[in-house]
Design a protein around this ligand. Structure first.
Ligand code: FAD
Length: 431
């Protein structure tokens, strides 16, 4: 008789590890299966880890976890070809306990995090691909893996296998995702001396900065670029919806090269050495793309459930929160001895009542809106740059005349009305 667990968690990313950690801590017998050589070996992230959601799993983790830098500054660059309107916030309070967020390198961080789940009693098995869920009488009762005699059984299976989740798809929980529901991101980790990083980004030791890049960073295609400071590396990347890449016939690595060579970005990364090249999908369909997240004996968490807030580049925190809620639900179900969909629906309710569900609902129409109306990225950002250049050039023209000229340059009254309408529409999908 194959071994039976209280719960099998498929995938050791932030969602799966959080779930396995809390389950083991709650006394459950839990198996965490990961296809990679070790947790993090297959995982890609720009690198911002949110302190609060991580502390909900491991209080004061920052005292021992392998973190890069606490982020004290967030900048946003609205880029044109040779200019950028930049704004942001720097707060030294973010550099002190309890901190706000951190840059991390997932290959190091996930390994450490999975180790904490193992310390609690979870059994981690790497290099194991889950091929399918075993379903008996309409209930998921285990998984079939690529190992010899690879069937394992459990009362509940938690699918934390990331974007695309083939396992949830094979259960009929979601359809095949379309190119306008998934982004493809490419990134590089660039080696650079820590002192140079601090000088270039105006940081002190053990302070970090994140820069989000919009507009020309993606050649005006809906998407964003990013540049984050680690200890002695930089993470630089760019991601756009697959539909944008197809429409503009651009290859993802061409876009990454374009950002790296952009005159607004080049000086930050000059002299650095590429250390790693990574590419990964991001689920960006949001609320409308979410499939079923609960069934008889099964729960779906993290990217596998499309839990990403693309507007705020949040994913790992939604993943951890969902993993935590899944663990709480499985422990409740274990106590009640009931692993039915009705019982496990506690997870869905908790998720949708939390910031995860609320934020996904808030931005439910935003990706689709900005994808359908590309003028926000390819017209309005260049317009913003032109207006800033005119306003800040000191050339003897009075400020009132400059204002008039900027407004006149926008175009005809009809064009101005269109922009005003677009701004109202944008506000409506973001409010
Ligand atoms: P994943 O981290 O993808 O983990 C899934 C795990 O399942 C993997 O380890 C995989 O190997 C394993 N697996 C898959 N299939 C199987 C199988 N069949 N059998 C066994 N194991 C399997 N989020 C942020 O919060 N901040 C950021 O700055 C940020 N930047 C990002 C930048 C990029 C370029 C990308 C691609 C994403 C970024 N995200 C960011 C999103 C974030 O990475 C994800 O939301 C998060 O990793 C989701 O966690 P997860 O555990 O659900 O999935």
């Amino acid at each position: 008789m194959p071994e039976k667990f209280d719960c099998i968690v498929v995938g050791a990313g932030p969602a799966g590890i959080s779930c396995a950690h809390d389950l083991a801590k709650g006394g459950a017998k839990v198996l965490l299966l990961e296809r990679g050589e070790y947790p993090g070996s297959k995982n890609v992230m720009g690198g911002v880890l949110y302190r609060q959601m991580m502390e909900d799993v491991i209080p004061e983790f920052y005292k021992e976890a392998p973190l890069e830098r606490p982020v004290v500054e967030q900048r946003f660059m609205m880029m044109d070809k040779e200019s950028a309107v930049t704004f942001g916030y720097k707060g030294l309070e973010w550099g002190r306990e309890p901190y706000n967020n951190f840059t991390v390198l997932r290959a190091k961080f996930d390994q450490w995090f999975a180790g904490k789940a193992v310390e609690q009693g979870a059994l981690l098995v790497n290099e194991t691909v889950v091929l399918e869920c075993i379903v008996e009488d309409g209930k998921v009762v285990g998984v079939r893996t690529d190992r010899p005699d690879g069937e394992v059984y459990a009362d509940v299976v938690v699918l934390a296998d990331g974007v695309n989740s083939l396992l949830a798809k094979s259960l009929g929980f979601h359809k095949e995702y379309q190119p306008d529901e998934v982004a493809l991101a490419t990134m590089e980790i660039l080696k650079l001396d820590s002192k140079i990083i601090e000088d270039r980004f105006n940081l002190e030791k053990n302070q970090g900065c994140t820069i989000e890049l919009f507009g020309d960073a993606t050649k005006g295609i809906l998407g964003t670029g990013f540049l984050y400071t680690n200890k002695d590396t930089l993470s630089i990347g760019v991601g756009t919806l697959l539909s944008g890449l197809i429409k503009h016939k651009i290859r993802p690595y061409e876009l990454l090269e374009y950002v790296k060579n952009h005159p607004m970005i080049r000086p930050y990364i000059q002299g650095s050495e590429p250390q790693e090249y990574l590419a990964h999908l991001i689920p960006e369909g949001g609320y409308h793309s979410m499939g079923k997240v609960v069934g008889n004996g099964v729960i779906v968490v993290g990217d596998a459930a499309q839990l990403v807030n693309a507007i705020h580049r949040e994913g790992s925190n939604l993943a951890m929160t969902s993993g935590r809620f899944a663990a709480e639900t499985v422990l409740m179900a274990k106590q009640a001895g009931d692993f039915s969909e009705k019982m496990l629906d506690h997870y869905r309710k908790k998720l949708m009542d939390s910031f995860v569900g609320q934020d996904l609902k808030k931005y439910k129409d935003s990706t689709h809106h900005f994808d359908k109306f590309p003028q926000y990225f390819d017209q309005y950002i260049p317009m913003m740059n032109k207006a800033a250049s005119q306003m800040f050039t000191v050339d003897g023209m009075s400020k009132r005349d400059k204002q008039k000229k900027i407004i006149k340059d926008i175009g005809t009254p009809k064009q101005k009305l269109k922009i005003a309408r677009d701004m109202i529409k944008a506000w409506k999908v973001m409010k």
